[in-house]
Design a protein around this ligand. Structure first.
Ligand code: URP
Ligand code: ZN
Ligand code: ZN
Ligand code: ZN
Length: 461
C-alpha cells in the first residue's frame, strides 16, 4: 500500500519545505518535489496545511491508581483521544507499588496496554521503593526498553524518596545510561502546610495551590540538580510549573550539566485563578505541582524559546468531576491529582505559533522531535524523513474551533479548557502508515498500537 500526501508544507524541527510525502506501508518512503508525477494507492490532499511528525506525549497516566481510584482513561480510550489530537505516541508511567518489584510492575503495565492501544506506546518506570533489588532491576528494565525512571520528592508515605534514595538511584542511572525523571516539590514541607491549612478549616481546592508554593518547587529542583551533579547522571524535571524551578534548570544548563525539563499546557494556559473557582469547580484544576499565578506563564514561554524547557508533555491524568474529584470535597488534600489533556496538546501549543511565542518549527520540536530524541525513539519517530515511521499529521492552521467536553474524546466528564477558542485543527492522522483519523472520523483500532522498546537518551549535551 502506498499513500501520497500532496501539496502540504512539511514542517520538521530543522525547517519547513513544500513537499509531497510518499508513504509505503508503515514507513515514509520519500519527500518529493511538489506535484512530482507519481501514482499512489491513496492520496491525501494537504494543500494549505502543515505535514508534521505525529506528536509524542512523553508523560501520560492511563488507568493510574491514585488515592483509592484510577485515572479515568484506559489505554484504549486515552490513546484514541490522543490520536484525535494528532498525538501518535505516548510514553506512560508504570507505577511500582511499595513492596513489589519493578519487573512485575512492568508486566502489569504491559497487561493493561498490550493489544489495547490505538497508537504506539512506551513506558517510563516510577520507582517508589528504593531497595537493593529494585536498583538491580533497573538494569533489566533498561534491557526491556524502559530506561527512564521517575522519582518523587513529593507525596511522603506514598511515592516519596529521600535524598539518599535518590542519590543511589541516580548512581544506578549513571551506571546504566538511563535517566532519572524528577517530580520536584518539597513534599515534607508541603505536608506541614497542608496539615496547618486543614487544621485551621481551610479546605477548598485553592488551598491545594496555596500549600504548595513555587519556592518549594524551586528548592526541590535545585536539590535534584545538585544530586544529579554529584552522581554525574542526567536529570529530566517533569511537569515544571514555576519560574523558580526554571531558573534552577537554566543555571544548571548554563554550566553544561545534563539537565532537561518539560512543562505542560496547563501551566502555560491555566492559573491559580482557575483553582480558586467557586462551588468546588476548582477541583477540576487540582494537579501537582499546582497551577501558578499567571506571572509564571511568560517565563515558561521564554524557557520554551531558549530550550531551557525542551519538551511539552501533558501529564494527562483524568479524574471525573462528578464521582472522582468529589472524593476531596471538604478536604482538598483528598482530591485526586491530575488534569486531562492528551487530546489537546498539539492544538494548545499551536496557539503559541499563532500568537508568535514560538515558531512552527519549534512547535514540532518541543511536541515531537525532542521527545523522540530524549526518549530513544529518533529517527524512528519525531521526524518527517525517509525511513521514519509514517506517523504523520496533516494540520490545518486556519480553522477556528472551541474546546469542550461535549466534543472531546477523552473518557472524562469535563474539559479544563472548556470554551477556549483556538486556531488550527488536526485534519488527518497516520499511525505507521494507517489513516487513523480524517475528516470522516476515527478509523483506527485499539489493537494497532505497538510497544516501543526505547534506546538510551540521544539528546545529552
Ligand atoms: O497531579 C498530577 N501531576 N498527577 C499525576 C501524577 C504526577 O505526579 O505526575
Ligand atoms: Zn509528578
Ligand atoms: Zn504525571
Ligand atoms: Zn475516512
Amino acid at each position: 500500500m502506498t499513500l501520497l500526501i500532496k501539496g502540504g508544507l512539511v514542517v520538521n524541527a530543522t525547517g519547513a519545505v513544500a513537499a509531497d510525502v510518499l508513504v509505503d506501508g508503515e514507513k515514509i518512503a520519500a519527500l518529493l518535489a511538489p506535484g512530482f508525477p507519481l501514482q499512489a494507492d491513496e492520496v491525501v490532499d494537504a494543500a494549505g496545511k502543515y505535514v508534521i511528525p505525529g506528536g509524542i506525549d512523553a508523560h501520560t497516566h492511563m488507568e493510574m491508581p491514585f488515592g483509592g481510584t484510577f485515572s479515568a482513561d484506559t489505554f484504549a480510550t486515552g490513546t484514541t483521544a490522543a490520536a484525535w489530537g494528532g498525538t501518535t505516541t505516548i510514553i506512560d508511567f508504570a507505577v511500582q507499588a511499595k513492596g513489589t518489584s519493578l519487573l512485575s510492575t512492568l508486566d502489569k503495565w504491559h497487561a493493561k496496554a498490550d493489544g489495547n492501544c490505538a497508537i504506539d506506546y512506551g513506558f517510563h518506570m516510577i520507582i517508589s521503593d528504593v531497595t537493593d533489588t529494585s536498583l538491580k532491576e533497573m538494569e533489566s528494565c533498561v534491557e526491556a526498553g524502559v530506561n527512564t525512571f521517575k522519582m518523587f520528592m513529593a507525596y511522603p508515605g506514598v511515592f516519596y524518596a529521600t535524598d539518599g534514595e535518590i542519590l543511589r538511584a541516580m548512581q544506578k542511572a549513571r551506571e546504566t545510561g538511563s535517566t532519572i525523571m524528577m517530580h520536584a516539590e518539597n513534599g515534607i514541607a508541603i505536608d506541614q502546610l497542608v496539615a496547618q491549612a486543614l487544621a485551621s478549616g481551610r479546605t477548598e481546592p485553592v488551598e491545594h495551590g496555596l500549600t504548595r508554593p513555587a519556592e518549594l518547587e524551586g528548592e526541590a529542583t535545585s536539590r535534584a540538580i545538585t544530586l544529579a551533579r554529584v552522581t554525574g547522571s542526567p536529570l529530566y524535571i517533569v511537569h515544571l510549573s514555576a519560574a523558580q524551578a526554571l531558573d534552577a534548570v537554566t543555571k544548571a544548563r548554563d554550566t553544561g550539566q545534563n539537565v532537561f525539563a518539560e512543562t505542560c499546557p496547563q501551566y502555560l494556559y491555566l492559573s491559580l485563578e482557575d483553582l480558586a473557582k467557586p462551588d468546588f469547580e476548582g477541583s477540576k484544576y487540582v494537579a501537582s505541582p499546582p497551577l501558578r499565578p499567571k506571572e509564571h506563564q511568560s517565563e515558561l514561554w521564554r524557557g520554551l524559546r531558549t530550550n531551557d524547557l525542551s519538551v511539552v508533555s501533558t501529564d494527562h491524568c483524568p479524574f471525573c468531576f462528578k464521582d472522582q474529584k468529589e472524593l476531596g470535597r471538604g478536604d482538598f488534600s483528598k482530591i485526586p491529582n491530575g488534569i486531562p489533556g492528551v487530546e489537546h496538546r498539539m492544538d494548545l501549543l499551536h496557539q503559541g505559533v499563532v500568537k508568535g511565542e514560538i515558531s512552527v518549527e519549534r512547535w514540532v520540536e518541543i511536541c515531537s522531535t525532542t521527545p523522540a530524541r530524549m526518549f530513544g525513539l529518533y529517527p524512528r519517530k519525531g521526524v518527517v524523513a525517509p525511513g521514519a515511521d509514517a506517523d504523520l499529521v496533516v494540520y490545518d492552521p486556519k480553522p477556528r474551533q472551541t474546546i469542550s467536553a461535549a466534543t472531546h474524546h477523552m473518557n472524562v466528564d469535563y474539559s479544563a479548557y472548556e470554551g477556549m477558542e483556538i486556531t488550527g485543527r488536526v485534519d488527518t492522522v497516520l499511525s505507521r502508515g494507517r489513516v487513523v483519523v480524517d475528516g470522516s472520523g476515527f478509523h483506527g483500532s485499539t489493537g494497532h498500537g505497538r510497544f516501543l522498546s526505547r534506546d538510551l537518551n540521544q539528546y545529552l549535551v
